[in-house]
Design a protein around this ligand. Sequence first.
Ligand SMILES: NC(=O)c1ccc[n+]([C@@H]2O[C@H](COP(=O)([O-])OP(=O)(O)OC[C@H]3O[C@@H](n4cnc5c(N)ncnc54)[C@H](OP(=O)(O)O)[C@@H]3O)[C@@H](O)[C@H]2O)c1
Length: 319
Amino acid sequence: MKAVMTSGWGLSAKLVVEDRKAPARLGTNDVLVQVHAASVNPKDWKLNYHLAVLATPLFIKKISPIFGDDLSGTVIAIGSNVTDFAIGDAVYGMDMRLRTASLAEQTRISQRRIAKKPAKLSFAQAAAMPLAALTALQGLRKGKTKPGSSVLIIGASGGVGCFAVQIAKAMGAHVTGVCSNRNSEFVLSLGADAVIDYTQGDYRQQVRPFDLVFDVTSYETPLTCSKLMAKNGYFISTGGDGASMFGTPFYRLLGKNAGTVVVESYREDLEELAALVESGKLTPIIDSQFPLSESEQAYARSRTGRSRGKVVINIIGDA
Ligand SMILES: NC(=O)c1ccc[n+]([C@@H]2O[C@H](COP(=O)([O-])OP(=O)(O)OC[C@H]3O[C@@H](n4cnc5c(N)ncnc54)[C@H](OP(=O)(O)O)[C@@H]3O)[C@@H](O)[C@H]2O)c1
């Protein structure tokens, strides 16, 4: 089968398409998926860099060199304990391994980490969802979002932000998105009640009581955003780098409701997201699409940090 592999570790590593053996053995709870589409997350290329800096060669060996976390596709084989999925089912999801290895024609994944693909979505749209939409859902939950909450989403136009705006609205929140001017109309079209253009001065100095500041960019801290947080308000970061990932929880020592969301993949959450899609409250936004052979260009697009929604890689054509 064709698979997209990293040529090595570090930022200079390139992605190459290689012929690999399809997964031969399935665990009792695994399914084998014919992958139709996958999507790109900053995690993939950041992991490649951080591992090069931090990890021992022995640890690196345990991680799949095949890229990709999100997938959508068709089940083509099932393990002996799989009862909820059958051959031919269209599914979407991501694994909890450090890499799902979804940038390949076939991959195996635990039945606990997939759900039925929402019927109204194409495979490309479904592949755009798992990691980013789960992060948005779990971050908003961690920030105790409820009907009437005022929520500020910093980074509202990107992969996670597009989902966070729509899910927060579905939860009944009043949503303000932080984005650049070029994305203001777009973020309003997702359902945000208001937008703040981060290029027009330091909005963080304006005193505004938000019940939740959800920093998707992970550039901020509870201190830089202290004027934006209501008394007893929450600050949740996606922890996109080591400093915000491990540093944010320490602000609890200063009496702040601060935390980092570390995304987890559960079928129940994927089903909740699918129900939001089916009810018309959630639509994945695709920034751009690439064929498998142009995966390097897809990752280059993600590395610009300018994508609006998700970058998708089609493994089987899906127009
Ligand atoms: N902890 C976890 O489990 C987890 C899970 C998912 C993601 N993450 C992390 O979350 C971060 C965001 O991921 P993503 O997939 O949403 O990234 P992304 O799609 O690459 O985000 C790109 C978007 O960010 C916007 N942006 C850039 N600078 C901004 C700023 N200063 N203020 C507001 N918006 C800004 C860009 O809009 P403009 O071009 O208009 O600036 C663009 O639309 C990454 O660091 C990622 O590693 C962590």
